[in-house]
Design a protein around this ligand. Structure first.
Ligand SMILES: O=P(O)(O)OC[C@H]1O[C@H](OP(=O)(O)OP(=O)(O)O)[C@H](O)[C@@H]1O
Ligand SMILES: Nc1ncnc2[nH]cnc12
Length: 163
């Protein structure tokens, strides 16, 4: 993992997991460890743009889950729902594709980093508003000082590492 001071704005230390994804052994170790902690009832992965896509797709292919991309605005041709939220650095919106989640499906939200929890909370809201049941939020790294877990109260949070 690489720490980048003052990215994307002064005062933020950006935890960049790109080197982990680029290393074949590290990628396999991380994806296997994420899988170990998934609820047995998991049916679907909701993967958050952008690094969450890579982890989510690896989990989906490796263990036969479907994968739904939760995307930044303007990317999806047919949008079912959207949620806006505050980030450590600015504002963002996530969108859910149409017809992706069926009511009652057990869904795990996957991303690389949990910071303030705004992104993961928005993802959970999208899944739940579509009738899905969030059986977990799985991330590689949790930045504990930003207390993202507090915003995800009531949901199972699994982080492989904490700083
Ligand atoms: O817990 P939060 O404070 O919401 O922050 C976590 C999010 O921030 C980063 O993504 P970013 O928004 O920088 O977008 P990217 O993945 O497209 O680079 C990270 O990959 C998470 O998705
Ligand atoms: N410091 C950070 N590093 C990586 N992703 C983030 N998302 C929000 N804050 C972040």
């Amino acid at each position: 993992m690489r720490e980048v001071p003052d990215f994307p704005q002064p005062g933020v230390v950006f935890r960049d997991l790109t080197p982990v994804l680029a290393d074949p052994d590290a990628l396999r170790t991380v994806v296997d460890a994420l899988q170990d902690k998934l609820a047995e009832s998991t049916q679907l992965i909701a993967a958050i743009e952008s690094r969450g896509f890579l982890l989510g797709a690896a989990l989906g292919y490796g263990w036969r889950y479907g994968v739904v991309p939760l995307r930044k605005p303007g990317k999806l041709p047919v949008v079912a729902d959207r949620v806006s939220y505050a980030l450590e650095y600015g504002e963002a919106t996530l969108e859910l594709p149409a017809d992706a989640i069926h009511p009652g499906q057990h869904v795990v939200v996957v991303d690389d980093v949990l910071a303030t929890g705004g992104t993961a909370e928005a993802a959970c809201q999208l899944v739940e508003r579509a009738g899905g049941i969030v059986t977990g939020v799985s991330v590689v790294l949790e930045i504990t000082a930003l207390d993202g877990r507090a915003r995800l109260a009531g949901r199972e949070v699994n982080a492989l590492l904490a700083v």
